[in-house]
Ligand binder design. Structure first.
Ligand SMILES: Cc1cc2nc3c(=O)[nH]c(=O)nc-3n(C[C@H](O)[C@H](O)[C@H](O)COP(=O)(O)OP(=O)(O)OC[C@H]3O[C@@H](n4cnc5c(N)ncnc54)[C@H](O)[C@@H]3O)c2cc1C
Length: 359
């Protein structure tokens, strides 16, 4: 079912709710979350291994990306920063797949400079009034629960940012139609508008002024694990490229007999092994409760670049056949390119790593 008519879904650009729900039946949306809130209480290493297996079996990269965004950028901050009431209100439905989550941070004027949000949270008695517009928001057209970053007017970034959990039917919150993009068509993306959107003080995540901490913590987790499924995607690309190179014949022999082809496939293997070890090590570090700012950026940078390189190598190995619309090779390549942008671009990861080395 996860792979039913993926090219068709890719053309229509729809998130397959049946496949989403099937993943939920297997516990995917609740993998690292406590049983008390409906999760599976898996270790992070086990979570990565399961997501890797899902990435191997599931060819719908958009579905996988939506799942990852839901897990790491919405459910995770609610787990880490939510109070008991917020956890009980949101996590069970996010874990059982009945509600879809999203994090809305990016704005047209912020992007890589994520904390310079122009969206305001104006205190009004016990409430806050949210005004602003968020862009490039994954899952927005289908989401039920939004983690929104906004700034208290006139206050500094340090103490003036707040994160809120906002529900879809809150008056003043609206969402654009899905926007068209190069890849990940089955992961709907949209803009989120906040227009005099009144939320109670109880919607604050982590307390007033905690927005920077919520964002920095969440983005570290997101960078760590958003590409766990990509390990499986790369293994599948490798297996299929090996199979194709063994059987597809040119000049009277399998193309894999040519060192140019076999070396390209060897590089796929080497990158995959390195990516897997880096990600497993990071999951182990997180299981020990460690902060992993540098390691998370290294993983995000390396695995995203490896995914793009692997997708390109698989594409090259299949020749013109892989260039045809609807083939896995062209879709994987289009889908992979976004990984160098979301959760912080490769340039930004290099900046972070350089900074951690005192450069
Ligand atoms: C598929 C996809 C899904 C996304 N989902 C979400 C989501 O769910 N929620 C959300 O809030 N956002 C989401 N985003 C937005 C994403 O976080 C931003 O696109 C990303 O942070 C980069 O911002 P930008 O696109 O504005 O690029 P810009 O910040 O405009 O950067 C443009 C270029 O300049 C470079 N650059 C900028 N500043 C520096 C610097 N200091 N040093 C070196 N290079 C620099 C960048 O690396 C890039 O090459 C998504 C994006 C994509 C592509």
């Amino acid at each position: 079912m996860l792979n039913d008519d993926v090219p068709g879904r890719d053309r229509t650009g729809e998130l397959c709710r049946t496949a989403w729900q099937r993943c939920a039946e297997f516990g995917v949306q609740g993998l690292p979350f406590p049983k008390a809130v409906g999760g599976q209480e898996a270790s992070l290493l086990d979570t990565v291994v399961v997501l890797e297996a899902l990435g191997y079996g599931c060819r719908d990269n958009g579905l996988l990306f939506s799942l990852n965004a839901h897990l790491w950028s919405c459910a995770l901050p609610i787990l880490k920063f939510g109070d008991d009431t917020q956890r009980a209100r949101y996590l069970p439905a996010l874990c059982d797949g009945s509600r879809i989550g999203v994090q809305a941070v990016t704005e047209s004027g912020s992007g890589s400079d994520a904390l310079s949000v122009a969206t305001t949270a104006r205190p009004d008695g016990d409430d806050f009034i949210l005004d602003g517009a968020k862009t490039f928001i994954t899952n927005a057209p289908v989401a039920d629960v939004f983690v929104v970053l906004a700034a208290l007017p006139g206050e500094s970034r340090l103490g003036g940012l707040c994160a809120f959990v906002v529900e879809r039917d809150t008056p003043g919150l609206s969402v654009s139609r899905p926007v068209a993009k190069l890849g990940l068509h089955t992961s709907p993306m949209g803009e989120v508008y906040l227009d005099g959107c009144r939320v109670p003080g109880t919607a604050l995540l982590g307390g007033r002024g905690s927005g920077m901490t919520v964002f920095n913590t969440t983005i570290e987790w997101e960078r760590s694990f958003v590409l766990a499924t990509a390990l499986g995607t790369m293994q599948r690309q490798l297996d299929e490229s090996v199979g194709h190179a063994r059987t597809h014949r040119r000049f009277g022999q399998p193309i894999g007999r040519n060192q140019a082809v076999s070396s390209r496939i060897v590089d796929m293997r080497v990158r995959l092994e390195a990516a897997r070890l880096l990600l497993y090590q990071l999951a182990w570090l997180k299981d020990q409760g460690r902060r992993t700012t540098m390691e998370s950026s290294i993983v995000k940078l390396f695995v995203s670049e490896a995914l793009v390189a692997s997708s390109l190598a698989a594409f090259d190995t299949h020749g013109a056949a892989g260039y045809m619309a609807g083939t896995e090779q062209e879709r994987d390549l289009r889908d992979a390119l976004a990984s160098r942008i979301y959760s912080g671009t490769s340039d930004i990861q290099r900046n972070i790593i350089a900074g951690m080395m005192g450069l």
